[in-house]
Design a protein around this ligand. Structure first.
Ligand SMILES: [Fe+2]
Ligand SMILES: [Fe+2]
Length: 573
């Protein structure tokens, strides 16, 4: 079984063999060469009834073009240079006629270099983070370009100078940055544009411009950085529009209109301009958000909420064909979302990813205990432990296959891949060991042959990984294990729930499953408290509030049963 062209299920396959092949094939770039022989082998296996003949889609996050470009240091320097020269071009276009040309040149150079340093500081230790650099610096550059074009248009016409302020889309960059990058970036772009934009304004309007730009930008940032629905963006547009009118009135811009003496309707033109520019800026950003998200491989809370729609065809299939898994995903989503909120991680992403994390179980729903009814025969009874582990482990790759087929967000695919890390399918590993011990006893008594002893290798019972690599996938992995294990508590008490959460988090941490994700010990404590609180709320009807002593005694006996191993890893045949 080769991973370059994976069969959906092959009994002859060896998990270890698969894991060994993946890096080798990718590293040597031999997938194309081996593809031909793979096809022939798969065809032969299909002829023998040992393969479905189908090909499973493979996902390689590092092979995505956006991922390669995102890590390029050369590209990041090109972006910085374009920003630096772009800013000079926009602000110094009228240098020959501007007496303060040199001063402006020095000021804009210092501001631009500061912006580049701030962008680099936002890379969080990574060498290059080009998508967010383009988004931050490009957004600022675009806003400055709008400013320059409006100034040129007003200067070229007979319009009063106050229209340089009334037609200005003050909130464009702050809204884009707040929704796509976060509050810190939006605040920075708001301050940056307010300061640099002053260089383009007539001297009389410098202070007015700076105050209106800062107040509008900051208000837009505060109102939009946690936005979850597209309609809320339009509401922000209305608020900023009203605020612009108030500010323009406060600074007397609307009152100094030369149209005051004109007809009643003409007097309203500046007010309409002021309001509609703010509103249409929000409308424009709202319309272009999906385009910006796909171009910069980023996902807003708005899109995460849309992705978490339970009417998605895959979730509908899950609801119908694997109701147990569907319910598990819903409960896990609540656990993960609350924990993410507690540590300031992306809660909307956690919810959406939790819904989809086990879609791979749709291939063989009956092989997963949560989908088995009490009177149904367990299909694992007819399989060897090796084979059972292979079926269980395959739900990760089947999930990736389905996610790719349905063009799901790449962060969801990461969550599918990472939610089990490289944990052990403990139940079947222990069963395989017990079978081998029984066979060894037979051999010792002379009733069996050494060559018939079953081969038990721990690697064959481990998920392929990778381990969780982000805070969100770390939370999902813990929530998954805790939700599954919580169903094994017969008479839940607050102490039992707390012990269960502690044991599972401790087991995952000591197994090294959280080594690659940036969760700190402080985060883990908050996550544990959140899990315990959410579980207590969910199991409230079942909770029996016993005395502390009774509960502690009982919980000790529970942990002696080996609860540190999540229930998902102890699927009983
Ligand atoms: Fe899973
Ligand atoms: Fe799960």
């Amino acid at each position: 079984m080769h991973l370059g062209s994976i069969e959906l299920f092959s009994p002859s396959a060896n998990v270890e063999e698969c894991h060994a092949w993946i890096p080798t094939l990718c590293r040597n770039n031999q997938l194309t060469t081996l593809g031909f022989w793979d096809n022939i082998k798969r065809w032969k296996l299909a002829q023998q009834g040992l393969s479905s003949g189908k090909k499973r889609r493979v996902y390689d996050a590092d092979e995505r073009i956006s991922a390669k470009l995102d890590g390029s240091i050369w590209l990041s320097w090109v972006i910085y240079m374009i920003f630096l020269f772009g800013m000079q071009l926009i602000t110094l276009a009228d240098w020959p006629s501007n007496s303060a040309g040199w001063k402006n040149f020095i000021a804009i150079t210092i501001f631009s270099i500061t912006a580049i340093f701030v962008t680099k500081a936002g890379n969080h230790g990574k060498k290059a983070c080009n998508a967010s650099s383009i988004l931050l610096l490009g957004g600022i550059l675009l806003q400055m370009l709008f400013l320059r074009l409006i100034c040129l248009r007003v200067d070229a016409s007979a319009w009063p100078q106050m229209y340089k302020l009334l037609l200005m889309p003050f909130t464009f960059a702050p809204i884009v940055h707040a929704v796509l990058l976060g509050r810190r970036e939006a605040t920075f772009s708001s301050v940056f544009v307010s300061i640099c934009g002053c260089l383009l304004m007539p001297t009389d309007y410098v202070v007015t411009f700076m105050v209106i730009s800062l107040v509008s930008g900051m208000t837009a940032t505060v109102l939009t950085y946690k936005i979850r629905r597209r309609a809320e963006l339009l509401r922000v547009g209305l608020i900023i529009g009203a605020l612009s009118i108030v500010l323009s009135l406060a600074f007397g811009i609307l009152l100094e209109s030369p149209l005051l003496g004109a007809s009643f309707w003409l007097r309203w033109v500046p007010v309409v301009c002021c309001f509609s520019i703010a509103y249409f800026t929000a409308l424009f950003v709202s319309g272009f958000l999906p385009l910006l998200e796909s171009a910069f491989s980023t996902t807003t809370n708005i899109s995460w909420l849309e992705l978490g729609d339970l009417n998605h065809p895959l979730l509908k299939r899950l609801q119908l064909n694997a109701p147990g898994t569907f319910h598990h995903s819903l409960v896990m989503a609540s656990l993960a979302e609350a924990a993410a909120e507690a540590i300031g991680a992306n809660a909307a992403m956690c919810r959406a990813c939790a819904y989809f994390h086990d879609v791979g179980k749709l291939s063989k729903p009956d092989y997963f205990i949560e989908n088995l009814s009490d009177d149904a025969e367990n299909p694992h009874n007819a399989l060897t432990p090796n084979m059972s582990a292979l079926v269980i482990i395959a739900h990760v790759k089947d999930g990736v296959d389905l996610a790719l087929k349905h063009k799901l967000n790449h962060r969801i695919i990461d969550a599918i891949l990472e939610h089990h890390g490289d944990t052990l399918v403990y139940y079947f590993y222990r069963k395989a060991q017990e079978q081998r011990l029984a066979e060894e006893e037979k051999v010792g008594k002379g009733l069996g042959n050494t060559e018939d002893l079953p081969y038990v290798d721990e690697k064959n019972f481990r998920y392929p990984g990778p381990r969780p690599r982000s805070k969100e996938t770390g939370i999902l992995s813990l929530a998954d294990a805790i939700e599954s294990a919580s169903r094994t508590i017969k008479k839940p008490t607050p102490v039992k729930i707390k012990n269960l959460v502690d044991e599972i988090v401790k087991a995952r941490w000591s197994d090294g499953q959280l080594d690659d994700c940036p969760l700190t010990m402080s985060d883990l404590n908050k996550i544990k408290d959140s899990f315990a609180y959410t579980l207590r709320s969910m199991l409230h009807n079942r909770i029996s509030y016993k005395t502390e002593d009774q509960s502690e005694k009982k919980s000790k006996s529970d942990s002696s049963l080996g609860r540190e191993i999540p229930a998902t890893d102890r699927i009983k045949p």
